[in-house]
Design a protein. Structure first.
Length: 562
């Protein structure tokens, strides 16, 4: 008997069907649903499509874990992220997601989770002993979670484990609820110092998430009327620390990280400057806070005065003042009783830049007044703006501002992120796909490499030819069905390197070679044949992420050119 669907289920089915048809990166709707479900439940973290993809596990031997993500104070973690930056009391959130493109909830996923967590969460058990039972991605994610806890143990981290069971269902059977409670209790016993929750995300909640637009309109209440400019949209004023704190947090009292994306310096933890800021917050004296602090700078797409002293700020980006902002957030998070009684203020500047050039100059200037590595200011370099403009004229969108084009309706296959381009360039021009795989978060921090890859005089076709081939290669590997998500992640930059080397006929292609190359010479057949070759060598060496991150694979592939 056919199940009668609710209006919400009908609309959700049609929405997913249309989204899946438009997103060409997934051959099957069920595979797209895993990506879609994770994107929705983690919406507050404002992840890019690449970041969501990176958390998806292989279908076989996943122990009920379709995707997994670990955050520290809202920052997505991977093996390449330094944990030294986090301070005492850091919040660690581990999301384990099961997404089934069905209209009901069952007991099996919860039972699988109980077994998987019993095996892989126990600190006394070696994850390596379960290599035959769980795939590489699952083992690596649990290993990372264990390593993060160990590395941060002296900082008294707050551990939160979230199980998210996502379907298009409506009702939850009592037996399923009972299984969820057994899971929660079981994991709580394994990790007694953790908070554990099990969430059922059905059609109603999923549809609500789909229709929830990431907030781009913020309110900021000033202490007094601001100083304004008659020639441009600039507001300067004092803001109570408590009102500034409320401006920075979401409904869950968490820091809204995406409004700091333009601030190129990440939070530096317990460095001297931050300790001074913290001390001035913790020990109030006769000086107002803004007398002792330079304040913050916010750029926005628009600002208007609402009622009284409240400003409505569209698309705010805190481009200077991350350290100060984070310390203010930490202060009120630890002392919520102070929110209604602390009368100190901070100086805030809000600017609506008249152009992209102006925006980038503001970011550069406000982040260049104190010592900072030049590598941290990469996205504001002229070459990246030129790449963005050139790509756009040819149907690609260079996302040097994270998620800018995603939020403007562009699909994943059209978007090239700044990290992805750097990984492609290092793979092809520096013949280092192993570094591209192993160190995605720190590639741009190497000044010597950066200066070689992003020379101001570099022909823009070099960037485009490599980027468009990289995107095309990813799409082919996903849609051919021969490789798991983890295997694609391991081999993709090797495939890209070898494709260019084969077509050009040399082990070390030069920018001139790339510029002179006709893209028509790179056929789908060549890409798929090269992928099969790389995959074979990868498997012969062990077929693990350690192989992909090491030097043996690239050395083996280059032997044919000797």
């Amino acid at each position: 008997m056919t199940q009668n669907l609710t209006n919400t289920q009908v609309l959700l089915n049609e929405y997913i069907r249309q989204e899946s048809a438009e997103n060409q990166q997934y051959a099957r709707e069920d595979d797209f649903f895993e990506f879609f479900a994770a994107s929705q439940v983690l919406k507050e973290y404002d992840l890019s499509a690449e970041e969501v993809d990176a958390g998806i596990c292989d279908a076989a031997h996943d122990g009920g874990c379709d995707s997994m993500y670990i955050f520290a104070d809202g920052m997505l973690l991977n093996d390449d992220v330094s944990l030294e930056q986090f301070k005492r009391g850091v919040s660690i959130d581990f999301y384990i997601i099961q997404a089934k493109n069905t209209a009901s909830f069952g007991e099996a996923p919860l039972q699988n989770w109980k077994t998987t967590c019993s095996n892989l969460l126990d600190m006394d058990k070696s994850i390596a002993t379960f290599s035959d039972r769980y795939n590489q991605k699952v083992r690596s994610s649990f290993e990372l979670f264990k390593n993060v806890q160990i590395a941060l143990v002296r900082k008294s981290p707050k551990i939160n484990i979230h199980f998210c069971y996502i379907t298009k269902g409506v009702d939850i059977h009592p037996n399923v609820n009972a299984q969820a409670e057994e899971l929660r209790v079981s994991v709580q016993q394994i990790c007694p110092n953790s908070a554990v929750d099990v969430a059922f995300v059905g059609a109603g909640k999923l549809w609500e998430l789909v229709n929830r637009v990431v907030n781009n309109e913020f309110q900021l209440t000033l202490s007094e009327s601001p100083i304004t400019s008659s020639t441009s949209k600039v507001f300067v004023g004092l803001v109570k620390l408590s009102d500034y704190y409320r401006f920075m947090i979401n409904d869950n009292q968490e820091l809204i990280r995406h409004i700091f994306e333009a601030n190129v310096r990440d939070y530096q933890g317990r460095v001297a400057v931050n300790k001074d800021i913290q001390d001035s917050l913790e020990t109030p004296n006769e000086e107002n806070f803004w007398w002792l602090n330079n304040g913050t700078t916010i750029i926005a797409s628009d600002v208007r005065v609402a009622v009284g002293r409240t400003l409505i700020i569209n698309d705010p980006e805190i481009v200077n003042g991350l350290q100060t902002s984070t310390e203010i957030y930490n202060y009120f998070k630890n002392h919520p009783e102070q929110l209604d009684i602390d009368m100190r203020e901070i100086l805030v500047r809000i600017i609506v830049p008249e152009s992209e050039d102006s925006r980038d100059r503001i970011i550069f200037a406000t982040n260049n007044q104190t010592p900072i590595q030049k590598s941290s200011l990469r996205a504001t370099d002229i070459i990246h703006r030129q790449i963005e403009m050139y790509f756009k004229s040819r149907g690609l969108y260079y996302d040097r501002r994270k998620n800018y084009y995603k939020n403007n309706g562009k699909t994943g296959e059209q978007i090239v992120s700044l990290p992805f381009l750097s990984q492609c360039l290092i793979s092809v021009l520096l013949q280092s796909p192993n570094d591209a795989r192993a160190r995605p978060s720190t590639l741009l921090a190497d000044d010597m490499r950066y200066d070689v890859l992003y020379r101001p005089e570099q022909n823009l076709d070099v960037f485009y030819n490599i980027a468009i081939t990289g995107k095309r290669m990813e799409l082919l590997l996903k849609r051919c069905g021969n490789y798991s998500i983890t295997q694609i992640s391991d081999i993709r930059f090797y495939v890209l390197y070898l494709v260019f080397s084969k077509v050009i006929g040399k082990a070390a292609p030069t920018p001139q070679d790339i510029f002179s190359l006709s893209l028509e010479a790179i056929t789908d057949e060549i890409i798929l044949e090269t992928a099969a070759e790389v995959y074979g060598v990868y498997l012969s060496l062990g077929g693990t992420d350690k192989v992909a991150k090491g030097s043996e694979l690239i050395a083996a592939l280059q032997k044919d050119f000797e």
